[in-house]
Design a protein around this ligand. Structure first.
Ligand code: SF4
Ligand code: SF4
Length: 470
């Protein structure tokens, strides 16, 4: 029985409700009147239920599909403007006791080299990341209670925050580690993490159990209820995601939005971010062996429909996607991307001597190349980390988002953090483009007082000061 307020995974991701939703959407995929009504609701920026969103995803009417994409672009523009927040993954360890069949870190893979960063390795990795210009990291580690206990993750977070190389600093550490206990989530919160990210991989329980045949991750309910424990442990911002390609994408889409509704119903705040990874090739993983892969058009439609359905939730795309695909989905709703990423353990400090990579990167460009490319496309690359550091998290953050007031912070912060990047790390070409962009964008800060303040801070950054934020 579907119950978004239930603490039980089987009830808030009710299989019957997911199947009924798919049938309802299929039956209405050419129902112009219903689709128009749903679009009207979406235009009021109220978000959509999973059923309504599913109808849009299945819509087969060409003119309505054009409206869906146009609305996604409009909502992206209204809520996120032309800013794109930058981050990088940092792999701490690829030891893992799980048996996930789509990931080369699974325990039975004897071909891959195993590596865990020591604290001095982390200093080298983070120094390399700082020297690229990164300010925001997503920590990644396999699940291995002996090799990667929580104490190791906590020590690593403290190390990362302590490193200050030249003008560099990692100002926000998001964490993507296995589902754990409320106590452990509390400790992560006390360590000062930003978002806790955990991909569901697939919401389809039967598939989930087959795809995770061994290890603690096999327990569907433990994994699916993790975000509730994280929030109980005081973590305000959580990030959802599925790995598209494992199950039928329509099921994943409906269930992902059911999960978002559950968080809103129980905790009063939906997910901070949604990631949309697609399965990629890796050491002993061949994506062609997974029958449910989605093409670029389906991927773009998913991004557009998520953007419309949960306008206040940031959306993340990684270097799993190509440059061309990233350019397309940036317009449709993506608000955060990674750049210059290494998906191996220790890959930033030295190119891989041995294979420790989790997946093959599709966009291999350097961070500087990604930054200049974003500006060429008309986006403002942002290294902003202000909200979490100002205590704007959870429902406080969402209230500011819903009132539109957050925009008074995002745009100025984007300009100031881009200026820092330009001063400290940019190539001459990127520096020139960036300064021209900032000169034109500062006129778009509507409030005169804030505009003058930002101009003052930009001048100070030019003269060597750092870390201004609103
Ligand atoms: S997806 Fe995560 S839990 Fe599964 S094998 Fe890979 S690192 Fe381990
Ligand atoms: S001001 Fe807050 S919401 Fe806006 S980009 Fe910065 S951290 Fe994100």
């Amino acid at each position: 029985m579907y119950d978004p307020k239930s603490p039980k995974a089987a009830e808030f991701i009710d299989h019957g409700e997911a199947l009924d939703t798919l049938a309802y959407a299929k039956a209405n995929c050419r129902n112009a009147q219903l689709i128009s009504q749903i679009l009207e609701k979406a235009r009021r920026r109220e978000g959509l239920t999973h059923r309504e969103a599913m109808v849009l995803l299945d819509c087969e009417l060409e003119d309505k599909n054009e409206e869906i994409f146009a609305l996604a672009r409009q909502i992206k523009q209204d809520f996120y403007g032309n800013r794109i927040v930058m981050f990088a993954p940092l792999y701490l360890s690829n030891y893992c006791v799980n048996g996930c069949v789509y990931c080369p870190y699974h325990q039975k893979n004897k071909r891959i080299a195993r590596r865990k960063l020591s604290q001095s390795d982390i200093v080298r990795e983070v120094t390399a990341l700082q020297d690229m210009g990164h300010k925001r990291l997503a920590l990644e580690a396999g699940e291995d209670p002996k090799m990667n206990p929580l104490e190791y993750i906590l020590e690593s977070i403290a190390t990362i925050y302590s490193i200050k190389h030249r003008n560099g600093a990692i100002r926000r550490v998001n964490v993507n580690i296995a589902a754990t206990t409320v106590d452990n989530y509390r400790k992560l919160r006390e360590a000062g993490i930003g978002t806790y990210i955990l991909f569901q991989e697939t919401y389809h329980r039967e598939s989930y159990e087959k795809l995770h045949p061994t290890g603690p991750k096999h327990d569907y309910a433990w994994h699916t209820e993790a975000m509730d424990r994280a929030m109980e442990g005081g973590i305000d911002d959580v990030g959802l995601g599925v790995l598209f390609g494992l199950e039928l994408y329509r099921y994943e889409f409906a269930a992902l939005l059911m999960h978002a509704e559950h968080l809103e119903a129980v905790h009063g705040v939906g997910p901070h971010t949604i990631s949309v990874p697609r399965i990629r090739a890796a050491d002993d993983i061949n994506p062609d062996e997974f029958a449910n892969g989605i093409n670029d058009d389906q991927f773009a439609k998913i991004v557009a429909c998520i953007r419309i359905s949960v306008p206040y939730t940031g959306m993340i795309v990684s270097t799993r996607e190509s440059q061309a695909c990233r350019a397309r989905v940036l317009e449709l709703g993506i608000s955060q991307i990674s750049g210059g990423s290494r998906t191996s353990v220790g890959g930033y400090y030295e190119p891989e001597k041995e294979n420790t990579t989790q997946f093959d990167v599709c966009d291999n460009r350097s961070l500087d190349e990604v930054i200049s490319w974003l500006m060429e496309l008309g986006h403002i690359p942002s290294f902003c980390t202000a909200c979490y550091r100002e205590g704007r998290t959870g429902d406080r953050f969402m209230a500011l988002c819903k009132s539109g007031k957050i925009l008074n912070c995002c745009h100025p912060n984007a300009l100031m953090t881009l200026k820092e990047y330009l001063m400290d790390y940019a190539s001459p070409r990127t520096l020139e483009m960036g300064n021209a962009l900032i000169d034109s964008e500062i006129d778009h800060v509507p409030n005169l007082k804030i505009r003058n303040l930002v101009a003052h801070h930009l001048k100070a950054i030019q003269e060597g000061s750092r870390d201004f934020r609103l």
